[in-house]
Design a protein around this ligand. Sequence first.
Ligand SMILES: [Ca+2]
Ligand SMILES: [Ca+2]
Length: 206
Amino acid sequence: MWGLFLFLIAATGGALIPEPEVQIQVLEKPFICRRKTKNGDMLLVHSEGFLEKNGTMFYSTYKENNGQPVWFTLGIKEVIKGWDKGLQDMCIGEKRKITVPPSLGYGKEGKGKIAPDSTLIFVIDLMEIRNGPRSHESFQEMDLNDDWKLSKAEVKAYLKAEFEKHGSEVNETHHEVLVESIFEKEDEDSDGFISAREFTYVHDEL
Ligand SMILES: [Ca+2]
Ligand SMILES: [Ca+2]
């Protein structure tokens, strides 16, 4: 392994008051990296959380959760902002230490064992990456004719295949209703297609 490799994310450009950023320290990196994490991916991680103030561990997947790593989706605010920002471009097998300022963690309120205004340190092992339901890979899989938009027929075909994969009976009426409700929500410009932009997560605020 490459040993300790310090890498600081530069302060946000353009902002008048520089926002506190996540500090990323890469502890281990694999030689082969076929894929890097990005928003919309599902990540399987082991993690340990510490309070920066006194080094107290407040969470560990090795000790809690029956020692099992946990899945979450990156970039959709399922986790604290510090994770969404600090676990980008990560390889499977990579280990990082990220330092998260309170504003990107649990803020002024704190949470459970975490006191208000706590800076947090996480050591994170990335075990696996999977295509999230909103990833480009999933979109390409659904877009059968490669025209970069999803028709109702394409969405229906995908749903059918998914239901069959999970051993559920395919009910035509049920699928029609499901497809309609998906388009109602996702087809923002009501042109009868779900575009790549409409489909994938857009999180410019991250
Ligand atoms: Ca298409
Ligand atoms: Ca549309």
